[in-house]
Write a protein that binds this ligand. Structure first.
Ligand SMILES: CC(C)(COP(=O)(O)OP(=O)(O)OC[C@H]1O[C@@H](n2cnc3c(N)ncnc32)[C@H](O)[C@@H]1OP(=O)(O)O)[C@@H](O)C(=O)NCCC(=O)NCCS
Length: 234
């Protein structure tokens, strides 16, 4: 694709919100009851339902803080021991980027039905996805993509289907926005996430992932770039 076409596609995607066309029932989540009380804490036992909501940047400060905190809890140690290091101010900037879009899993436990519209900011964030519509490669753009910058589920609510559901919504929105791929970056050491994306969500190592070029400059990268194509084989 020509650069002009790629930019047109990403610009159009940035101005649309296909989330509103998704059926509400698809955005409701029932969190399964704990298989054994000893395996899960009180929080999880109390929560029975949640909902997915879409937000464009800027996120309400309370929701932003919860996302940042969740990121730190899940990924802090991994980032600290990575080549990138942990820089929470940098992460905050990333989460406040103009093009940032979010899917938040919000707890319905706080009598959300009784809350006036617009007070979602007081809800508890159980998980979130941060994604943006952009070119696949800054230096050599080939196609428009939905780039997943973050996928985080609270540890007490992992393995309950929330991550898969969020990925399904990210992919559906990307498809409706005519993006050619969903792309993401994952640390090699993050074997759980790697297994989730590769085995469960059917992602593949992208052609631009550093592991395709290792040896050429003798660099050892500690991450992979994964992708899933959304266009039919030609
Ligand atoms: C990785 C993560 C996003 C997955 O989300 P999740 O809500 O725990 O995963 P789900 O419950 O939706 O799993 C969906 C399916 O994937 C499977 N799965 C989960 N982890 C897997 C793994 N390591 N290997 C293979 N399959 C896996 C589950 O068994 C489930 O299968 P099922 O639908 O047949 O039951 C979540 O665990 C997480 O937030 N981890 C910490 C943060 C992180 O690493 N984020 C990714 C950064 S790139």
């Amino acid at each position: 694709m020509k650069l002009k076409q790629i930019k047109q596609a990403t610009d159009a995607a940035k101005h649309q919100n296909h989330f509103v066309s998704l059926p509400p029932a698809f955005l409701k989540l029932d969190i399964p009851a704990a298989p054994s009380p000893s395996e899960l804490d009180e929080d999880r036992k109390q929560i029975t339902s949640a909902r997915i909501q879409h937000f464009a940047s800027p996120l309400h400060p309370n929701l932003l803080d919860q996302c940042l905190q969740l990121f730190e809890e899940n990924m802090g140690n991994m980032y600290q021991s990575s080549s990138w290091g942990l820089d929470l101010e940098e992460k905050r900037k990333e989460l406040t980027h103009d093009d940032a879009r979010f899917l938040l899993v919000l707890s319905d436990n706080d009598d959300a039905d009784d809350l006036p519209t617009g007070t979602e900011s007081s809800s508890q964030v159980l998980g979130f996805a941060h994604f943006r519509y952009e070119e696949d490669d800054e230096d050599d753009p080939k196609v428009p993509v939905s780039y997943l910058y973050e996928l985080q589920i609270q540890s007490t609510h992992q393995k309950a289907g929330l991550g898969k559901h969020l990925m399904n919504v990210v992919e559906l929105l990307a498809l409706k926005s005519h993006m050619h791929k969903v792309m993401l970056t994952v640390f090699k050491i993050n074997t759980k996430a790697m297994g989730f994306y590769l085995n469960k969500m059917k992602y593949e190592i992208d052609e631009c992932s550093p592991s395709n070029f290792e040896g050429e400059e003798n660099e050892n990268f500690d991450y992979e770039i994964l992708s899933k194509s959304l266009v039919g084989a030609k």
